[in-house]
Design a protein around this ligand. Sequence first.
Ligand code: ADP
Ligand code: ASP
Ligand code: MG
Length: 452
Amino acid sequence: MIVCKFGGTSVGDRAAIERLVGIVHGRLASRPVVVVSAMSGVTNALLGLVEGTTGGDRESARTRLSEIAARHRSTAAELGVPDALEGVLEADVASIEAQLDSLADGAAVDPVRDAIVSYGELWSSHLVAAAMTVAGVPSRWIDVRTVMRTDARFGRAVVDRQVLDQAAPAVFGPIVEAGVVPVTQGFLGATADGRPTTLGRGGSDYSASLLGAALGAERVEIWTDVDGLMTADPRVVPNARLIEVASHHEAAELATFGAKVLHPSTYAPLIHARIPCVILNSFAPGRPGTTILAGASVLPIEGSPVRSIAWKKGITLINVRATGMLDAVGFLRKLFEAVERHGISVDVVATSEVSVSLTIDDPSRLEALCRDLGTLGDVTTASGRAIVAVVGIGLRTEPGIAGRIFSAVNPINIEVISQGASAINMTFVIREDQAVGAVQLLHREFFPEVAA
Ligand code: ADP
Ligand code: ASP
Ligand code: MG
């Protein structure tokens, strides 16, 4: 059995869905389970309805909702499955309308947001299942929420692996055994009392790996719109090279620091079961892609000690300078307790004897956090920052690497530097508007263009 996950652009329109059907058709002997994201742009559009409504613009939310529904309806017609969403779409649109109205009446936003956003994956999976059937690939639509039990942390729900490990084989096993392809949703879950939840943005990759582990899959395939994990985001560095083999830790490190091609948690369920994950291009299915293996030996690419450069914008830098009597041990403990209390995750930390710098990527609880940190010392913040991460082999032991990194990006002002304990990454914080330039300069330094 294999799990094949298709991202937003890989189900984005009729042509993409037809390519998907072709890919799955070619893999029937491996007994695929198909996991899909919402059509590209739909998650953002559904989130926009919620934000618009809470911002008071109920009318334009109504118009935009009918546009989203129309896109699904016309894709169904183009695929020759006009009835794929029969009885589903209309009832769901009415339900979304009612939930948007409940927001205007003061309902809690987080549960409603997850319920509304879940329709993206529900609808795309109906389209895909119907397109398969019409192409002669036996398929069955499965509501993933029957197995993906989560807690009630809406927007970033945590999956109950025990429930999943029991329920997934029971639900998917017999279908696969019967030679039918289950088509289900990434990103979605539900609480024990049936309320819809989501696993965090980009979470479909994580869903696929959770299902892969629960089903004891041979491998998990992540089908996307690039050739695999590259030496940098190919949108920023057009001549980025493919990384053919990566370790789970390396992929996780890159994903954490912004390589959006893979959700940072994807590796976790796979690592113990030693299930490989392969990233493939659904627009060019014949290409080899990137294979991510537990304990893979990572080799230099073109002799470079660096393997990839990732970056992430929208970062806020917080600086806390201890005042009064110094008690370094107590200071750090209290500082991280405050961070934990607010449920905030920190990406980069650098400490000196009297101050700590840390970065966060979700500023929604910044004010409350700074109030707490204010009891420990003087707090300053800087928003509009980016983290750049250079990931490679033995960066800590290789002499001269830091020098090469920092002279490559000179004269960009580096605000914080941190070196991961794993010896495979060096990260630094700069102004957001300088990040693309920095990534390009670093790529040129470590992967110089070979003259033709
Ligand atoms: P999907 O919808 O298939 O999940 P995403 O948009 O989430 O696709 O992720 C794919 C995108 O990740 C690519 O289009 C690419 O721009 C971006 N990306 C960022 N860093 C990297 C990298 N190092 N290697 C490959 N792609 C990257
Ligand atoms: N559709 C969801 C998102 O846009 C999940 C995913 O694509 O992985 O975040
Ligand atoms: Mg993604």
